[in-house]
Design a protein around this ligand. Sequence first.
Ligand code: SF4
Length: 294
Amino acid sequence: MSAEEKPAPPHPQDELLRTERFPHIWCPGCGIGSVFGSLVSAIQKGQFPLDEVAIVSGIGCTGRMAGYIRLDSFHTTHGRALPFATGLKLAKPNTKVVVASGDGDLFAIGGNHFIHAARRNLDVTVLCVNNLNYGMTGGQAAPSTPFGAKTTTSAVGNPEEPFNFCALASACGATFVARWTVLHVRRLITSIVEAMNHRGFSFIEVLAPCPTSFGRRNKIGKPIDGIKFFHDRALIKNDIDPKDAPLDYTKEIVVGKFVQHERPTWTDNYALVNRKELGDWPNLAAKPEKPEKG
Ligand code: SF4
């Protein structure tokens, strides 16, 4: 370094980044970086004690988040982020556990784990980056791939309808559900803070462009055109039933904070049955109407 050159000033997020692992693997124009930055900002904004936050991810491009964040973080096997998070939460109940993974990992191989974690109201936050395909493995069709879209495994068009992940989460029992795109950074950060403070299973879907694997095959254009694609279609509707917010890319993309309510968490109910005060089923006289705090 010459005498005139000065070292780069520290970045405000440096304390939470494993910069020694950079450059990261994400392609130019990928939306995952914006979601990762929003997660880091939310952890800082929420002032969560850093030794009480853990990040768990599965396999895929989004799964790399766990490798780049300077926290207790766990890059687990494909589809198994939620079983790992379940064990972590039960062993360390005061830890804020955030599962950050992609649509293929969470809803294909991990789909069964997702529906049961939501049903149990496991007190974790799931941040799902939905890039409409399996990006890392070359662009195969996923449970999120729109009808008619081209992928390496649907070269003439996807014959399947995709899941509405938010409706699925809500129907399975999630008590916090939101959807944003990578354009909605401020709202996304607010939602992540709210979800991490929420007691129960919280789910946030973030629509993100994958210019390399999905955008290229579907003639979306340059990475900026993938962002414009969301900009031109996004419509915010808060507090609606997510089943009324299907992802119809030919018309509009409904985003918003759809659901937030309380019900006992899995650990609440474990504690309840272990106190042996329930009485005999079906006359569960001792069952509290509201969850106990704590
Ligand atoms: Fe992002 Fe797609 Fe590249 Fe993966 S393949 S890093 S999702 S642009």
